[in-house]
Design a protein around this ligand. Structure first.
Ligand code: F6P
Length: 555
């Protein structure tokens, strides 16, 4: 990764000047004077259309942003990513999730070995297993077919499978329900266990490390719940694992034949493409899972081959850099106008914030610019009635990514047109705003007197000039979903290159994990109280008293 401070880069400085030169330009005026703005600033790739015309850019600014991408050697870093170089330098790991979704036979060399054979072997096992569960050939302890799948995992071992199962729910097998348990809060597991029957439930213990405290506690509790009415010999029919840790899986009591492996070169937040997607393959079927991989591969090819100025992930990334580093935007809102994408913003939170939430460069030097923004959002139209007010009239400039799906999988008349109308109207309103004169005219036409018009005018004025992207697809299918996820993965990668950071480690989550372990021992009486601050000491004392009558966790 680049080690020269971004702020010393002459193109970065030129962009600072460009920001000052253009900050009073309005998109409304640009649209009025450039009739082909949509044609100029939109593109298609891998089944997705990106309309980026409602951004505070012109050709000059965009060219400068692309020059910055070239200067920071996005192309060279992209080559290293696909070539399996160990670009995750702090963990000395390659980052090869793209190998998981390439068609069979494509070579991905890591440490002199092609990983494709291993990848295809696991995919074949996933195919066989998912077909057995779906057909009913895989039975539970009393011979009945599986009806419920409980995926126990957290972070990337949870967010990806859950988001994709939700997004593709129209493709789900009618007999199967997928449940997801992630939180160490027992309310999560207890609620799921109350809804399922042990004899027809399949647990997928999904953990790259098979050591994550939350997952292991949930897995142990699920196992002891299951064993209340069954024996150890039944476990093989009801517990499978997805992990890189064979010893951990075996120690837990899961038959190695029931383990679906993956590898340390698959980051947790990129693991949906690996066997971590097992619940997806079972729920929607292997052909649909394969189509999801293929859609992502189409985006990989586009990202690898398209010139930067026609490269969707690069454009999305550089627009994000424009707002983050030059307009001072500290967050990005994600607004999917499709209910089945209701978990998409949450998924992107881990992808983006765990990747680029860093304060030092890959070389360990303090960054001289802001890095990853806060990612948040909810589906449209729900968000419109919650937080869009702040997006329209609040004091912060928050860029928005709208994700719109033209076709619906339901047949309810009128809904789809209403949904899309809202989506497009919001994007237009953010761009245009409403001027004081327009407000005055409106209010006068409603018959309000001059004093009332002036009193209301500031409240009803919209500044506008608020940027958004529109990512559009014909239908939400496994392939378009795959392309969409890969689009954001590559966007995050490009931004990491611009900021000069290692986007593939996540040391920031470690400190809390270590402290939680020692406090947990104090709470259960297994360790003497340590010296904390007075606040933490008081909270521990309160909790200890409350926990005295709670049951002890199973081993
Ligand atoms: O704590 C963060 C993290 O390491 C994530 O990056 C990862 O997705 C998650 O924990 C779960 O890890 P595992 O799959 O090893 O249980």
């Amino acid at each position: 990764m680049a080690s020269t401070p971004l702020t010393d880069n002459p193109i970065f400085r030129r962009l600072q000047t460009r920001h000052a030169e253009t900050c009073s330009t309005t998109m409304r005026a640009q649209f009025a004077s450039e009739p082909n703005r949509f044609q100029q600033f939109s593109m298609q790739a891998a089944g997705l259309t990106l309309d980026y015309s409602k951004n505070r850019i012109d050709r000059v600014t965009l060219d400068l942003l692309l020059d910055l991408a070239r200067e920071r050697d996005v192309e060279g870093h992209r080559h290293k990513l696909f070539a399996g170089e160990k670009i995750n330098t702090t963990e000395q790991r390659a980052v090869l999730h793209t190998a998981l979704r390439a068609p069979a036979g494509q070579t991905f060399v890591l440490d002199g070995q092609d990983v494709d054979t291993d990848v295809q072997a696991v995919l074949t096992r996933m195919q066989v297993f998912s077909e057995q569960v779906r057909s009913g050939a895989w039975t539970g302890r009393d011979g009945r077919a599986i009806t419920d799948i409980v995926n126990i995992g957290i972070g990337g071992s949870y967010l990806g499978p859950k988001m994709v199962c939700q997004a593709l729910r129209t493709f789900a097998h009618p007999r199967l329900t997928c449940h997801f348990v992630s939180n160490v809060d027992g309310h999560d597991l207890a609620a799921v266990l109350a809804r399922v029957e042990p004899a027809t439930t399949l647990f997928i213990i999904a953990s790259k490390t098979f050591a994550t405290a939350e997952t292991m506690m949930n897995a142990r509790s699920a196992r002891s719940w299951f064993l209340q009415g069954g024996s150890n010999s039944d476990l093989a029919k009801h517990f499978v694992a997805v992990s890189t840790n064979l010893a951990g899986v075996t120690d837990f009591g899961i038959n190695p034949a029931n383990m679906f492996p993956f590898w340390d070169w698959v980051g947790g937040r990129y693991s949906i493409w690996s066997a971590i997607g097992l619940s997806v393959a079972v729920l929607v079927g292997f052909p649909a899972f394969r189509a999801f991989l293929d859609g992502a591969h189409q985006m990989d090819k586009h990202f690898q081959e398209a010139p930067l100025e026609r490269n969707m992930p690069v454009l999305l990334a550089m627009l994000g850099v424009w707002y983050r580093n030059f307009h001072g935007s500290s967050s990005v809102s994600i607004a999917p106008y499709h209910q089945d994408l209701s978990l998409f913003a949450g998924y992107l939170q881990q992808l983006d914030m765990e990747s680029n939430g860093k304060h030092v460069s890959a070389a360990g030097e303090p960054l001289t610019t802001a890095s990853g923004p806060v990612i948040w959002g909810d589906t449209g139209t729900n968000g419109q009635h919650a937080y869009f007010q702040l997006l329209h009239q609040g004091s912060d400039l928050i860029p928005i990514d709208f994700i719109a799906v033209l076709g619906a999988s339901h047949t309810l008349p009128g809904h789809q047109a209403a949904l899309l109308a809202n989506c497009f109207a919001q994007a237009e309103a953010f761009m245009r705003g409403k001027t004081a004169d327009e407000v005055r005219t409106d209010l006068a036409e409603q018959g309000l007197d001059a004093a009332r018009v002036e009193a209301l005018m500031p409240h009803k004025t919209f500044p506008g000039n608020r940027p958004s992207n529109m990512v559009l697809m014909e239908a939400l299918t496994p392939a378009t979903l795959g392309a969409l996820v890969a689009l954001y993965e590559h966007k995050v990668f490009v931004q990491g290159v611009i900021w000069g950071i290692n986007s593939f480690d996540q040391w920031g989550v470690e400190l809390g994990k270590v402290l939680a372990k020692s406090i947990a021992q104090e709470l259960t009486g297994a360790a003497q109280p340590a010296q904390h601050d007075s606040s933490t000491n008081a909270l521990i004392a309160l909790a200890k008293a409350a926990l005295e009558h709670q049951p002890i966790a199973p081993d």
